[in-house]
Structures are given as C-alpha cells and as structure tokens.
Design a protein around this ligand. Structure first.
Ligand code: TXA
Ligand code: MG
Length: 350
C-alpha cells in the first residue's frame, strides 16, 4: 500500500495535511499521528473494518483492546456513566497522558474493545492530534505506532521505519515529550486502580483519591497463570533486538559491575551498549554509551527511553546493560518499561 507522509511544522500553515489525514480517517483508512506520549496508529474507533486494519498493520493480537482518543472532555456519548472520581481526573488531567477505563456504550464496536465491556479513553495533549480528531468528527482508536512488540515510537522517523507501506497516511510532528505511554487507570472499580504507570503519576492521582493503588502486576515479574487487567500488559513489549540486562544497586557498585560485565562480553566477541545516566557517563571504560538523562530528572529519562533502545538496535549491539532508576514519580513507568524490555533480567547488587 502507498503511504503518504506529511510533516506538520506549523499547524496553521500545514493545516491542509491534517485535513487530508482527517479525510482518510473518515473514509476508514489508517493514519499515524503524533501525541505527547508516543506516536499513535489511528482509525475511526466506531468503524469495525477500519479498526481491523490497525490490528493487521501492527501485527497486534486481537484480544488486546485499543485506546480511544477524543478531542473533548464530554465523553457521555461513548460510555455508560462517568463516576465522580473519573470526572475529577478528566477535569484535572485532560488533555494529558491519562487513559481512563469506563463501561462502554454499544456504539463502540467489540473489535475496538477486544470484546471487553469497558473501554480506555483519553484526550491527548497534542495540537495535531486534537485537530485531527476534531476534523475527523469521530473518536480515533489508536495503539502505539510500532510493530507489535517493538519499543513505542517517539519520533516520526521510527513510525516510517515500522509502518511505511502498511498504513495509509503518516502525519509527523514534534518528538513526543512524555516518551512513555499514558497512565491507564481503571475507573470501573472503586477505588480506581492503575493498570499501567505513565506520565500522570501515582502521587498525582492520589491527590484526588488517596486510596488509589498500582495494580500488583506492575512491579512484579508476572507468573505463569498471570491474567492482567490490561490485556496488553501480558505481551512481551518494548523489546529492542538486543538483549537487555538491568544492573541495580549502590551507585559505585553498579558502575563497577557494569564495567566488569562490559569487559566479559567484549572478550566473548559481543558488541555492548550501556544505558547510562548523565551523572555516570564518564565512568564507563568501554562499550557504546547512550546517555539517557539525569537521575534527578526522570522526565528526561522517560522521554529518551524508547529512542535510546531503538538507537542501540541501529548500532547493532548484542547486549544492552542499563542502570536502574528510582521507582518514584515517572520513574515507576520508566522501570516498568525497562523491566519488560529486559524480560525481568535484573542483577541486584547489595
Ligand atoms: O499513550 C498511549 O496510551 C498511546 C498513545 C498512542 O495514545 N497508546 C497506547 O496504546 O499505548 P497501546 O495499544 O499500545 O496500549 C493500550 C493498552 C494495552 O495494554 C491494553 O491492553 C490496555 O491499554 N487497554 C485498552 N483498553 C482496555 C480496557 N478496556 N481494559 C483494560 N485495559 C485496556
Ligand atoms: Mg503499545
């Protein structure tokens, strides 16, 4: 299939591209679009055939429901009810990186929700995305715009790499500023539960209801009979081609251990990448180093995470050794993605 690619630099001057992309959505086609979290692969959420095309383009398992993107805080046409706590979240955090799970109305086809009676909805904080949804005049279903299993794309070039020839239109904008996918909070239960950590943190949500918790599956390695409430969390995710190993513990010991491992891998003829904090960048003796951000600014670490993993693949490294980051604020989301990328291969040094 021919994929049209257009980059929007200035929303007013380049409005024609967004109009063109919106026409595609209305005609049941697939459109890649930027959001503040990661790029999305969109189609009309209310059109069954269009939604099926998303699953095909990504190679996504059919039992993994899609998030529905809206351009208005009024979602009464899409869900059965909006409990007070969900309304408070919408008022406080939309537009923004927060997906709210609610009971869906029948207008949302079962392919979109993967046969669940609930649906995840969010209003992205990105001008191009909002304009696209508005002009399409329909909610847009959209998973991340990567081939299933690969790290989510935060730059349009990565979407082109994964999906050119598989989608109808790619509309590019800036690099995604949050860098990890939205926080998902299940509001079909009371108190609500966080199913996936993201840019809207546990601490922020607790300001609205201090009973909100993280689902137990977020921090732990899933066991054999694990059935996550967000079906997507059971799949291997965020994987670069290289193997990833996390080294966690005291700063000096971590540096020492990583240097030792790099040495051993190089001796074995392997090409090694190191995912380093700003603070430790000059402490490594060998290997390909990518600096991901400062330990005191985990927002930067989140923004750079997926792009760093993809860059290591471009370099052709066999193994990536990563420092661990503090599990607070957006650091919970960073470590959740990193642990999945590593298949939970974590070396803890005391
Ligand atoms: O930031 C984001 O959320 C990005 C951008 C494009 O908006 N989208 C994204 O979509 O990350 P995706 O498809 O890669 O991840 C959606 C996750 C999956 O883990 C899925 O299982 C979960 O949301 N999900 C969707 N609907 C759900 C529902 N009704 N109940 C539980 N989990 C749901
Ligand atoms: Mg995804």
């Amino acid at each position: 299939m021919d994929t049209k690619i257009a980059i929007v630099k200035n929303i007013d001057q380049d409005l024609k591209f967004i109009k063109e992309a919106a026409n595609e959505i209305r005609e049941g086609k697939t459109v890649v679009f930027p959001t503040e979290t990661v790029y999305g692969l969109g189609a009309d959420a209310l059109n069954e055939e269009a939604v099926k095309a998303i699953f095909i383009a990504k190679g996504r398992p059919q039992d993994n429901p899609l998030i529905v993107h809206v351009a208005s805080k009024d979602i009464s046409g899409l869900v059965e009810e909006v409990p007070d706590i969900a309304q408070n979240m919408i008022d406080r955090f939309w537009p923004g990186p927060l997906t709210i799970i609610l009971k869906k109305k029948d207008i949302i086809p079962n392919v979109t929700s993967a046969n669940l009676s609930s649906i995840g909805i969010r209003m992205p904080d990105n001008e191009i995305a909002l304009k696209l949804i508005e002009l399409s005049n329909t909610p847009i279903a959209g998973p991340s715009a990567n081939i299933s299993g690969r790290p989510s794309p935060t730059e349009v070039e990565r979407c082109v790499e994964d999906l050119s020839g598989k989608v109808d239109y790619i509309i590019g904008g800036e690099r995604s500023k949050v860098g990890v996918e939205s926080t998902i909070v299940d509001c079909t239960v009371n108190p609500p539960v966080i199913l996936r950590p993201g840019g809207i943190t546990l601490e922020m949500l607790r300001q609205l209801d201090d009973r909100i918790e993280l689902d137990s599956a977020i921090m732990e390695k899933p066991t054999g009979d694990f059935k996550p409430k967000a079906p997507g969390m059971k799949y291997k995710h965020y994987s670069p081609k290289a193997k990833v190993k996390i080294v966690s513990g005291d700063r000096e010991k971590t540096i020492e251990k990583i240097n030792e491992l790099v040495h051993n891998y190089i001796d074995d003829g392997k090409k090694v990448g190191i995912l380093s904090s700003d603070e430790n960048r000059n402490r490594y003796k060998a290997g390909e180093i990518i600096v991901i951000g400062s330990v005191s600014k985990l927002e930067d670490v989140a923004q750079n995470l997926f792009e760093s993993l993809r860059s290591f693949d471009d370099m052709g490294v066999d193994i990536i050794l990563s420092e661990a980051f503090e599990e607070k604020g957006v650091g919970i989301a960073v470590m959740n993605r990193l642990k999945k990328a590593a298949g939970y291969d974590i070396l803890s040094i005391c």
